[in-house]
Design a protein around this ligand. Structure first.
Ligand SMILES: Nc1nc2c(ncn2[C@@H]2O[C@H](COP(=O)(O)OP(=O)(O)O)[C@@H](O)[C@H]2O)c(=O)[nH]1
Ligand SMILES: [Mg+2]
Length: 306
């Protein structure tokens, strides 16, 4: 049976329908039905979008698992996108990562999908953005896990409302953190594996020192939290801190402004990817988006004339 590509059809069709829609995003991203669905989803955001980044092995997937549990207990429906960086090289290898979740596979309130990073200069694949926009309209929380080392943390900034950076005790991550100058980017820092004792406390002190030097991002002071996903410590506090950041963004139109900026950057990137810098120049003022205007529809319009 043909899949009806509307939000209401996806809401009533459950996980299987969402999975089929995502497959279509991948196979026929420019088809009118996909553009219409993404535009509908773009105009009906519902979820808060959290981007989680940090080096491999820091404990992101384990924390994702713990957060899903906490959010489900709070009655929220959760979608997770795990971005697989290795496929940037191998061209489509599946996540060799621990995405096996200890959650109920029958639970319709959890959707997890891993995605290839694909070849793209310095950014997450365009597909990640499309998937995020769709999930944002269907769930209450969207969590995107992506490996970040050095400057690539900025990738997730173009996609998430709240950026969470994970640091492992005793790993030198906290020093890396200071050197790379990424201290301005995350909204929350999590020291993982807090069950490791003094090393965790030391990592927290290092990161707090780095943050106080950087001065933070204007009107939001990034909390540095210690979490042991394995022992279930600090996860509730982290979920509360994410909610506090969401409430902060909701004030004074911050969230709308940030999302509009994300959409603009996405559109410009997409045009550059397809038509090069010359295409961006020719698109000119048509790259400008106003609140509520779908970047997906605009890309389709531009593609027809560039
Ligand atoms: N001691 C301890 N180990 C953890 C904790 N969370 C994750 N780990 C371990 O750290 C390793 C990497 O975890 P994973 O979630 O796959 O990290 P990712 O690569 O960042 O996604 C695994 O062996 C986990 O069992 C924790 O809270 N405490
Ligand atoms: Mg992982």
């Amino acid at each position: 049976m043909a899949l009806e590509l509307t939000l209401s059809a996806l809401k009533s069709g459950g996980k299987a329908a969402v999975a089929r829609a995502l497959a279509l995003l991948e196979q026929a991203p420019d088809s009118p039905a996909v553009v219409a669905l993404l535009s509908e989803a773009y105009e009906a955001p519902q979820a808060h979008v959290v981007g989680m980044t940090g080096p491999p092995g820091v404990g992101k997937s384990t924390l994702m698992n713990a957060l899903i549990g906490t959010w489900r207990r709070r009655g929220r429906r959760v979608a997770c996108i795990a971005v697989d960086p290795s496929s940037r090289r191998s061209g489509g290898a599946l996540l060799g990562d621990r995405t096996r979740l200890s959650t109920d596979p029958e639970d319709q309130g959890i959707f997890v999908r891993s995605m290839a990073a694909r070849d793209r200069l310095g950014g997450l694949a365009g597909l990640t953005v499309s998937a995020m926009v769709l999930m944002r309209a269907l769930y209450d929380v969207v969590l995107i896990e992506t490996v970040g080392v050095g400057q690539s943390e900025t990738d997730v900034v173009g996609v998430a409302d709240t950026v969470l950076f994970c640091v492992q005790p005793g790993s030198g991550d906290s020093l890396q953190f200071m050197k790379a100058g990424i201290a301005e980017i995350p909204h929350l820092v999590v020291v993982t594996k807090a069950d490791m004792g003094p090393a965790a406390t030391r990592a927290r002190a290092d990161v707090m020192g780095a943050l106080s030097l950087s001065g933070g991002e204007g009107d939001w002071e990034a909390p540095v939290l210690m979490v042991s996903s394995q022992q279930g410590q600090g996860v509730e506090v982290l979920a509360d801190a994410i909610d506090r950041h969401a409430a902060h963004l909701a004030e004074g139109g911050r969230l709308d402004a940030a999302r509009l900026e994300q959409a603009r950057l996405w559109l410009e990137d997409a045009v550059r990817e397809r038509f090069g810098r010359e295409g961006v120049r020719r698109a000119g003022a048509d790259l400008a988006l106003r609140a509520g205007q779908s970047p997906f529809r605009r890309l389709a319009d531009l593609s027809a004339r560039l």
